[in-house]
Design a protein around this ligand. Structure first.
Ligand code: HEC
Ligand code: HEC
Ligand code: HEC
Ligand code: HEC
Ligand code: HEC
Length: 343
């Protein structure tokens, strides 16, 4: 064999290899296009569901969010003893109650649609995947995450301004007891452009995941509500104004919705009127709740100011306390003081 022939053969081989390599490249690009973002390297819905229940997988990469969620009422939505006690008295609970307290992922059932009851793993209540996963296993969130690992990411307006997302469970017209969204829609907070997350998922700067280097503005997954003393204190403004022969107790609802927010709760206005010797002349409790049939003791609308007027002689003083009762059986020693005033 001459040297020229060897060189020619080697060149042909090189050319063939090149052609094969290019063809292979074209094929993968085609496959990727067909599969859009759901590359085979991302896990499927079933894989992620299994990893969530068996390994609490989200915790590894989103530990701060996990810790917050774990302590929230969403994590306890199923095991919560107050819920279990109430639901146990409902004959048709699997239809009427359980679907929102242990739901299937709501992006699959549909945002705004009545959630469906999960067949299994109910103890996780309203879990990470209930709010984030779609049928392909991709996580929807407000950020334009470009370096996904483990799961695919989809940028979602529904998460950036989540009132409609929350309304899936907190705004079903057929469940008025647990509806905060309808009253919110006509609130001063909505007028100001706030949404449910503005007050219940405070903004904080931190990494999106343990694999992220830069710090961005994200939201805490705490959902403080009626178990938080500071939240309860921020819900109302109480003023006592004394004028000729009377005292006016003025309550203003500063929450984003009806106060109290749930039909089971009550706020109690305690009024004590005493004379200068300390003798109590009037001592009463006014119960404000969804159970009341009178307009003056019905729940306060968002932004509403309501006056309670008491006659008061020159020698008398008035002391007022506003207290919060979680359920009708909560003992008085556990009621939370929301505000106080005197004149
Ligand atoms: C549309 C979804 C939905 C359905 C259906 C539903 N709930 Fe709820 N439930 C919620 C939401 C959201 C909350 C939290 C907000 C609130 O308290 O209003 C809640 C809170 C509760 C609480 C308060 C728990 C606590 O510890 O404070 C009880 C009790 C409760 N639900 C019982 C029931 C019962 C009983 C049924 C069936 C008759 C039921 N729920 C049906 C969504 C639902
Ligand atoms: C009740 C629904 C709900 C649940 C449950 C929930 N999230 Fe979120 N999550 C949201 C919303 C709404 C946002 C968008 C917040 C924002 O605007 O930044 C969000 C944002 C995120 C983000 C992006 C960072 C941020 O705050 O913007 C990550 C990551 C995330 N969630 C992970 C999780 C994990 C992990 C869990 C479980 C431990 C979880 N989420 C549970 C509703 C939920
Ligand atoms: C192996 C690590 C890893 C695991 C496990 C993981 N994530 Fe993520 N997640 C990431 C990374 C990385 C990002 C993108 C962060 C970035 O862009 O900086 C992300 C982003 C997100 C986002 C934001 C999407 C967006 O664009 O706004 C959500 C929501 C989210 N993850 C939810 C979850 C949930 C729920 C679980 C558990 C089922 C989970 N993740 C498990 C690594 C992980
Ligand atoms: C301006 C701030 C603000 C906005 C906006 C807001 N909330 Fe609230 N929310 C509060 C305060 C304060 C409380 C505590 C008072 C109470 O429990 O009624 C509260 C309580 C709650 C509770 C507990 C109710 C109960 O009785 O246990 C739920 C559930 C809730 N909010 C859901 C929502 C949802 C859903 C939205 C969006 C439609 C929303 N909130 C918008 C301030 C706000
Ligand atoms: C899939 C249904 C579901 C979605 C979506 C959902 N929640 Fe909830 N939420 C619940 C249930 C059920 C509870 C009550 C758990 C309990 O007390 O047993 C709850 C409890 C709460 C509480 C605590 C109430 C208390 O008693 O203090 C707050 C605050 C809250 N949710 C706010 C939100 C906000 C804000 C959003 C939207 C980002 C949201 N939720 C989305 C079902 C949901």
């Amino acid at each position: 064999m001459t040297l020229a022939l060897i060189v020619r053969l080697a060149l042909i081989c090189l050319l063939l290899t090149l052609i094969m390599f290019c063809a292979a490249q074209v094929e993968t690009a085609d496959e990727m296009e067909q599969d859009s973002i759901f590359e085979p390297s991302y896990l499927s819905y079933d894989d992620i569901y299994r990893d969530f229940t068996q390994k609490k997988m989200c915790k590894r990469c989103h530990p701060a969010i996990w810790r917050e969620w774990e302590r929230s009422m969403h994590a306890k939505a199923w095991e919560d003893p107050i819920y279990q006690e109430a639901a146990s008295q409902v004959e048709d609970r699997e239809k009427k109650c359980d679907p929102c307290h242990a739901p299937e992922p709501i992006l699959i059932t549909g945002i705004g649609k009545m959630p469906k009851l999960r067949a299994e793993d109910r103890k996780y209540g309203v879990s990470c995947i209930v709010c984030h996963i779609d049928a392909h296993g991709a996580m929807h969130g407000p950020h334009k995450s470009e370096n996904p690992m483990y799961h695919a990411n989809v940028t979602s307006e529904a998460h950036a301004k989540p009132t409609e997302l929350c309304a899936t469970c907190h705004g079903q017209p057929s469940v008025p007891e647990h509806n905060q969204v309808d009253s919110f829609k006509n609130s001063p907070a909505a007028e100001k452009g706030l949404n449910c997350a503005s007050c219940h998922m405070p903004a904080v700067k931190r990494q999106l995941s343990v694999h992220t280097y830069e710090t961005v503005t994200v939201r805490r997954h705490t959902w403080a509500g009626s178990r938080s003393v500071s939240k309860l204190k921020s819900a109302v403004n109480l003023k006592v104004v004394r004028t000729e022969g009377k005292a006016t107790v003025r309550l203003t609802n500063k929450a984003g919705h009806l106060l109290p927010g749930d039909a089971l709760r009550a706020i109690i206005l305690e009024v004590k009127i005493a004379d200068s010797s300390g003798t109590v002349n009037r001592d009463e409790q006014v119960l404000i709740s969804a159970l009341s049939s009178k307009p003056e003791t019905s729940r306060l609308l968002p932004g509403e100011t309501r006056d309670f007027v008491y006659s008061l002689s020159d020698t008398e003083t008035i002391e007022v306390k506003l207290r919060y009762r979680l359920t009708p059986t909560t003992p008085e020693t556990e009621w939370v003081t929301m505000a106080e005033g005197s004149q």
